[in-house]
Write a protein that binds this ligand. Structure first.
Ligand code: TXA
Ligand code: MG
Length: 329
């Protein structure tokens, strides 16, 4: 069979699995998703079981194009249509009032639903061939680092998914930006991500404030999330040497920001593993794989610096803070 033929067979098989209520891991431009038929409560419950995710935490419904917005949302404000026109397909999730099509299992009983059109060609092909919405969180065990390659998915969830579609390394590398537009004239940023807050403000013609602590509780907003096995300690660049000294005798990982170019630069010396991430889009692309690699190289602690918090730097800093938050918080 030709490569092209195999590819079509893989999509057709994945669609059959979704229709039968199974789980399909698939690539998106942000991270890999763990997908199920969004209209099947039974299939959606399997996602929570596979991830070990508490049921009250809502899932994003992935759709093939912006025309499907009206099928999944009860009310689509003008601002949402403008954002969809400019940012989809792409790393933006919009929270809107949900339509009757959305089961309670997807939203944890909330009156709203998160919707997104991903831009990875395999994700779009899967969505078009399936025809419906695919509910999908990141394809990792609850609280762990999100997967940016098919191998990461296999390592975390290989035993519980029915199919893993391999679309290579995710281009963006961090989860989608989430904007709550469910209260018409009052957009709120629930999660920084692949689409800059600055771009949202430009499209909407107004600043989009970050959600305060009173915003809807959601797993992406728990203090501890996206954590590698090794504890992460955030320090200012000038304090790296002191932090290394404080952990003398351990195998220490040092993760630095602010490099140039597009590849992480690794240096291993004795019991120290140092890595410097590249420019902001390279840093976003490589962050999760780098945290996994520091674990794989046996680091007992990861000392990390933060990037400056504009553009993608806002999302990178957010994920590093969550990785560094006290466990179980
Ligand atoms: O980039 C992404 O968004 C990836 C890929 C697979 O699309 N998905 C992802 O899903 O990161 P997950 O489940 O790991 O994170 C989804 C976030 C959670 O923080 C969840 O609480 C929030 O979206 N969310 C979903 N529906 C919501 C709603 N109705 N209201 C508020 N937050 C919602
Ligand atoms: Mg996640």
């Amino acid at each position: 069979m030709t490569m092209r033929g195999e590819h079509h067979t893989a999509i057709a098989h994945a669609v059959a699995v979704l229709r039968a209520g199974g789980l399909v891991a698939f690539p998106t431009e942000t991270v890999y998703g763990l997908g199920a038929d969004a209209e099947s409560p039974r299939a959606v419950r399997k996602i929570f079981a596979a991830k070990g995710r508490p049921p009250a935490h809502p899932l994003i419904v992935h759709i093939a194009d912006a025309q499907q917005l009206d099928a999944w949302a009860a009310h689509v404000p003008d601002a949402a249509r403008r954002l969809a026109a400019q940012c989809w397909p792409g790393p933006l999730t919009m929270v809107l009032q949900r339509s009757s099509r959305v089961p309670d299992e997807v939203t944890g009983g909330l009156p709203t639903v998160g919707l997104r059109v991903p831009s990875h060609p395999l994700a779009l092909e899967l969505l078009r061939a399936f025809g419906g919405g695919i509910a999908a969180p990141s394809a990792n065990r609850f609280g762990a680092v999100s997967p940016t390659t098919a191998a990461h998915v296999r390592a975390d969830l290989g035993d519980v998914v029915d199919v893993i579609l391999d679309g290579g390394a995710c281009e963006v590398g961090l989860e989608s930006t989430i904007v709550d537009l469910s209260r018409d004239d009052d957009p709120v940023l629930l999660r920084a991500g692949g689409i800059d807050r600055e771009l949202l403000a430009a499209i909407l013609g107004r600043d989009v404030p970050l959600a305060g602590d009173d915003a809807l509780a959601s797993p992406g907003r728990l203090p501890s999330h996206y954590a590698p096995r090794a504890p992460v300690e955030l320090v200012a660049p000038d304090d790296v040497a002191a932090a290394i000294a404080a952990h003398a005798g351990k195998r220490i990982g040092v993760l630095r920001q602010g490099g140039h170019g597009d590849a992480p630069r690794w240096r291993e010396e004795g019991d120290r593993v140092e890595v410097e991430l590249g420019d902001p889009s390279a840093a976003a692309h490589d962050l999760y794989a780098t945290l996994r690699e520091l674990d794989a190289r046996g680091c007992a602690v990861i000392i990390a610096t933060l990037p400056s918090e504009h553009g993608l730097g806002l999302a990178i800093a957010d994920r590093l803070r969550k990785a560094a938050a006290p466990r179980g918080a």
